[in-house]
Design a protein around this ligand. Sequence first.
Ligand SMILES: [Mn+2]
Length: 448
Amino acid sequence: MAELAFSEAEYRGRQSEFLGQIPSDSLVLIPTNPHANRSNDVHYPFRASSYMLYLCGWNEPGAVLMSHYDSGAWTTSLFVQPRDTKTEIWEGRRVGTEGAASGWPIDEAHSLEDLEKTVAEHFEACKQIHLIPGLNPILDEMVNSAVNSKSRDSNTKYIGPTSLSDPSSILDEMRVRKSDREIQLMQESADIASAAHVATMRAAYADIGEWQVQAVIERHFTASKSRWSYPTIVGGGDNATILHYNANNAVIAGGDLVLVDAGSEVEGYASDITRTWPVNGRFSDAQREIYELVLRAQMAGIEACQAGSPWSAMHHATSNVLAQGLIDLGILDYSLEDALGEDFDGPYRNYFMHGTGHLLGLDVHDVGGGRQGDDGPGRDLGPGMVLTVEPGLYFGSWRTDVEIPERYSGIGVRIEDDVLITEGGPVVLTSDCPKTIDEIEALIGSDR
Ligand SMILES: [Mn+2]
């Protein structure tokens, strides 16, 4: 076996758990992501599809995983870019079909040059096609025309596929609960991201550029042989009140807070951390009031991460603390009941506009569930699930939709950790990243 992130047994176990839920008259086709174009002949760095990584760890562009059932057993084949010295001189070395056959957890390896011919042959022997659509246009086209064409054979001899479905929901369900090895990789990713956030605090000073904070984060990711799992957000002052801000091009004035939302990726597994702190090393009284409130809400949210609890428990826990705190600070003039609203949609949502968290894994907003705060019941929490807990409060001075209290104008605070659900209670994977005011104030600027 090649050096893959998981043992052959773990990949094989995933394949059989997945295929065990697919009817045996099916052909399964799982393409990887396309290699996205950036400009002219330059591509973005390639990132394999999470399903491909999950099922066999294959990390080169263009590949298709195919499973078919024959003589009482499933056979899983991988179609890969063939060896080609002239192309490899320019684009890099390829594993090739022989390498794939001997080093990856599959039964057969084929060249992508044979994809269409081989898939077409397998159409005849199957009734159903399970394809993850939208990734490989050639496969999408082939499968659609095979299922839709009313050929003589399909009408008279009942040969060929008659239905098409997307198997990703089966895989999504499996990906929700992480194995020991997955948790180990997520802990590594969390450790890298924690250290990166600490490095930004150490390197900070008044009037530092948002891009310079970003550089400290991403320098640490690269130096750790990692990369970001989503574009780094660095928002100083009012920019912290824009939830998906990523221009990262403003100077952060001494006296302002900076919100840094950044996570790394290890073997495809994401971490996702947010910290908010004053670049000059001292929280003002107003900043401290908001920060302590968000921190109390976040701790309550983490405490609510208990196996067996409903999905909404964390969101309700953070919402209760935030709403009561907004009343206590005089920002909301309501009873707690009215501030929360009938369905956690009351006026406290003017300042806390997003969900409390999301599942985390091979995708940073991982499959298998919505955000807390979305409509619908969601799933109960169970051991092996990893999710974020990330309440925030935002008082953008630029907002015209609500009244922004003068004292807190321009303050945005979010605190986000990654939490593993266990039978023994929540385990914070990102606990190496400091978040109390005393810890943070002691760190800021300490490298200078
Ligand atoms: Mn997040």
